[in-house]
Design a protein around this ligand. Structure first.
Ligand code: UD1
Length: 439
């Protein structure tokens, strides 16, 4: 399996185009299952997770036509299969999002249980409870979620006990074709949910409260096709913002939405990073290296995103004074800590959910292992600031979420190369890969 070698110490200068959001593309593409019309989706990033989704859709019978690198159309007029198989689901947890659309359009569906993953157990109980409230009969048999409903799903008043992005998306899609009105209380408010809701509206769905924690959906008999462009990836945006700051360079990110990364911009400004914005660009000037430590708590949107926790930890290591991070969304999302410690990072666990970062760590290159998608991004950032060479293994995690990472970074001066390993090693790593699911 490929490795990435980074030789740190070079400030990055230039422009980085931001791609479409992975986490919005996945549910938006799944929404094609709700209609026999054609859904054309623009600004889809080229990523391993998206390819996995195409494999699942092909199994179900969706006709997929690639129009250009980032535009694809989906035609689910002739669904021939209602089961999402384990071999595909196990590599991507978001596969469970086929459940809502298939169940509401066809009254039946089976999806392999996504299983555990590196950052915690991540159950799907909220997804299932909401669909049951809408009249679905759900059993778990032989590792599969088997869902069916007599007639149509029925509108319901649903209150999630905890904010969940995936459960909100599944329920929202299911509700668009349900009989009557569904109210989703304590809904997640992430921009990716707003994007999905706007795409569903373009397909003819009746949804109000978009962008708030209470979504109201009046079910329709049928949805139609549409053409929809996915919003820019806010996590990719935040990662490159931190790349500018951590290397002491200056980057302008284009085709992005500053309003979606407000919590990250606020945190970086507090640390002393200079940020200027236009409607669709963000310029981050990290040349003044007098950064100070801060305290961060990860929270659902609009709070500081858990998906940027590893990346800002890398930056905190280069600041003056201490910082803390408290992770409130996922258990076990500090897998990058021991890897950063291998690079001479001074990080101490306060308890299971909080760490103290000492700052002014003299980061040194080392061989390290990526454990999940965003942890890998944190390691790449730490490597860009470290003295000497860092060799990052298991980079397939990065390929799930960052399109053309090496090309975008090296165009701005980074010393980063991908090393292709021999077949023997590929086999070993594949086995490891199959044990985890994507974010
Ligand atoms: C999505 C994102 C992921 C991000 C996360 C939180 C995608 C593809 N992935 O993941 O990048 O880190 O939101 O912003 O969009 N939970 C339950 N039961 C459930 C569902 C969730 O207990 O049925 C718990 C989870 O274990 C976790 C918390 O709720 O502790 C939030 O998870 P959720 O928002 O559902 O994350 P995902 O949708 O899986």
């Amino acid at each position: 399996m490929d490795k990435i070698k980074v030789t740190g110490g070079t400030p990055l200068f230039g422009t980085v185009p931001i791609g479409g959001s992975k986490n919005a593309s996945l549910p938006i593409i799944m929404a094609s299952l709700l209609t026999d019309g054609v859904l054309e989706v623009l600004n889809i990033p080229v990523l391993a997770d998206i390819k996995t989704l195409y494999e699942i859709l092909k199994v179900l019978g969706v006709r997929i036509t690639h129009i250009d690198d980032h535009t694809t159309s989906f035609n689910a007029a002739h669904i021939s299969e209602l089961t999402a198989p384990y071999e595909l689901v196990k590599t991507m947890r978001a596969s469970v999002l086929v459940l809502g659309p298939l169940l509401s359009r066809f009254g039946e569906c089976q999806v392999a249980l996504p299983g555990g993953c590196a950052i915690g157990p991540r159950p799907v109980n909220f997804h299932l409870a909401a669909l049951e409230q809408m009249g679905a009969d759900i059993t778990i048999e032989e590792g599969y979620i088997k869902a069916s409903v007599k007639g149509r799903l029925k509108g319901a008043n649903i209150t999630f006990p905890k904010i969940s992005v995936g459960a909100t998306e599944n329920t929202l899609m299911a509700a668009t074709l349900a009989d009557g009105q569904t109210v989703i209380n304590n809904a997640a408010m992430e921009p990716e949910i707003t994007d999905l809701a706007l795409c569903l509206k373009a397909m003819g769905a009746d949804i109000t409260g978009i962008g708030t924690s209470c979504l109201t959906v009046n079910g329709k008999d049928k949805l139609g096709g549409a053409k929809y462009s996915v919003l820019p990836d806010r996590i990719e945006t935040a990662t490159y913002m931190i790349a500018a700051a951590i290397t002491g360079g200056k980057l302008t990110l284009t085709d992005t939405r500053p309003g979606d990364v407000t919590a990250v911009s606020e945190a970086l400004r507090k640390m002393g990073v200079e940020i200027t914005e236009t409607d669709d660009t963000i310029t981050v000037d990290g040349r003044d290296r007098n950064l100070v430590g801060i305290d961060i708590v990860t929270e659902p949107y609009p709070g500081f995103p858990t998906d940027v926790q590893a990346q800002i930890m890398a930056l905190m290591l280069t600041a003056k004074g201490g910082s803390t991070i408290t992770e409130t969304i996922f258990e076990n999302r500090f897998m990058h800590v021991p890897e950063m410690q291998r690079m001479n990072a001074d990080i101490r666990f306060i308890n299971d959910t909080s760490v103290a970062i000492a700052g002014e760590s003299k980061l040194k290159g080392a061989p390290v292992m990526a454990s999940d998608l965003r942890a890998s991004a944190g390691l790449v950032l730490a490597a860009l600031a470290a003295e000497g060479d860092t060799l990052i293994e298991r980079v397939y995690h990065l390929d799930r979420g960052y399109e053309a990472l090496e090309a975008k970074l090296s165009a701005c001066g980074a010393n980063i190369v991908r090393l292709h390993e021999d077949k023997e090693e590929t086999k070993t790593q594949d086995t490891a890969q199959n044990g985890t699911t994507a974010l």
